[in-house]
Write a protein that binds this ligand. Structure first.
Ligand code: PLP
Length: 425
């Protein structure tokens, strides 16, 4: 067990009972059933406040990368706190608008925007498009001209820095699909400036996720500023600099920089290089929500064996795929502590895949019926959930000022095949 619970101080143990936002988690499992995602609104707002503090007095826009957790109540929470959204699909745009997020605070990222998505975003009047290729520039120009609109454009540049994170979540290296190569960016800006229906507004980058050091961010910033100077020497003005997201959180014993310290360091670098008055955009995802949420699951069976001991729970890789997909380590804690010696368990789900595990080699004192909490599950948990094995997706609850609010109903089985048809004849 980590020395301090990830998610503290919002997540804490008192009298043996694990609580989030003061509410005992085992009670929520009884009341709403399992598997259950539970989020603390206060934890999300605290995480946001760290960024806002550091940016106070600067022209800025924080765009929450909603793919981390797209529940409407989460988006509403951030929208009301003045935050915008970074979206990567038409579906996310619709969700953000449904949650009350103003279009003027939404930026549209992603390598594969379709024409329909571009039209949808132009009709909504989003704040801007982060464009990732020359072909996308051409398409966006054509779509905007067709609509008689002007698309605000920022180019996502690939600064070619190593974010030092898992290869699947590293995005700023030359050999991955994201962004425009640093040495092709100048030509791309010339093209953007020449195409009808486009207005160049800024530059952006996003170098990866779960980055636990400040250096890759500062390196990327330096590479970006070189480019800003080169682009502007040709008379193309970049009104904003978008530094993306990617700040990591503590799952186990990582010690990522605090958001305010990291932002302060980046602002100091901007000042030192004479770009201190630019509007700054950031796109944090995981660092705003990751440690604000847990996944609750009930122990079904214990299956001790010669080689390994299995603790079979009712949550699975379809509910939380990070362990199976990235071999991610996430803390697992009993919601009510039991006396007695611990045993080492592999905590696994019921899905028919050997990769269906939530945690391996965990020392736990458990019995069937106990509720376990998978910690740090507020980001890339529910948004990556699937219906594999025809499992309905979990319910979601948010703790708002000490009260548990159901913010998504548990999916009903019938809805899983409601759109399917039997063949007639
Ligand atoms: C995923 C993503 C983010 C957020 O990343 P986190 O690691 O969750 O902070 C920001 N910007 C873009 C373009 C992304 O794809």
């Amino acid at each position: 067990m980590p020395a301090m619970l990830p998610g503290a101080p919002h997540l804490a143990r008192a009298d043996g009972a694990l609580r989030l936002g003061g509410v005992p988690l085992a009670e929520l499992a009884r009341r709403f059933g399992t598997p259950l995602y539970v989020y603390s609104q206060a934890a999300m707002l605290d995480a946001l406040a760290a960024y806002q503090r550091a940016l106070a007095g600067r022209r800025h826009l924080l765009c929450y990368a909603m793919k981390a957790n797209a529940n409407l109540a989460v988006l509403q929470t951030f929208a009301r706190a003045g935050c915008g959204a970074d979206i990567v699909s038409g579906g996310e745009l619709a969700r953000a608008l449904a949650a009350g997020m103003p279009a003027s605070r939404i930026v549209f990222s992603g390598v594969g925007k379709t024409r329909a998505e571009m039209r949808q975003a132009l009709d909504a009047g989003v704040r801007g498009f982060n464009v990732e290729s020359l072909a996308e520039l051409q398409r966006l120009s054509a779509v905007a001209v067709e609509l008689g609109a002007t698309a605000p454009v920022s180019l996502r540049v690939n600064p070619d820095v190593d974010a030092g994170t898992h290869p699947y979540i590293s995005t700023g290296l030359r050999d991955n699909k994201f962004g425009i190569a640093h040495d092709e960016a100048l030509a791309a800006y010339r093209l953007a400036a020449s195409l009808p229906g486009l207005r160049v507004t800024g530059i952006d980058c996003h170098i990866g996720s779960q980055i636990t050091q400040a250096e890759p961010f500062v390196d990327a910033l330096d590479r970006m500023l070189d480019l800003v100077a080169a682009v502007e020497s040709e008379g193309i003005v970049l009104a904003h600099i978008d530094l993306g997201g990617g700040l990591g959180i503590r799952y186990a014993d990582e010690s990522p920089p605090a958001a305010d310290a990291l932002v302060a360091r980046m602002l100091a670098r901007l000042d030192a290089r004479g770009f201190g008055t630019r509007e700054i955009l950031l796109e944090p995802g995981r660092s705003l929500v990751g440690n604000a949420g847990v996944l609750l699951t009930e122990v079904q069976y214990l299956k001790p064996g010669a080689a390994r001991n299995f603790c079979i729970v009712d949550a699975a890789m379809n509910d939380l795929v990070r362990p199976a997909m990235y071999e991610a380590w996430m803390a697992i804690e009993p919601c009510v502590e039991r006396a007695g010696p611990a045993r080492v368990w592999d905590v696994v789900g019921p899905v028919c895949e050997s990769g269906d595990w939530l945690g391996r080699d965990r020392a736990l004192t458990v019995e069937p019926g106990d509720i376990l909490a998978v910690l740090s599950a507020g980001a890339y948990g529910m948004t990556m959930a699937s219906n594999y094995n025809s499992r309905p997706r979990a319910a979601e609850v948010m703790i708002v000022r000490g009260e548990a609010v159901l913010v998504r109903e548990r999916e009903v089985i019938e809805s899983l095949f409601a759109g399917e048809r039997l063949i007639s004849g």
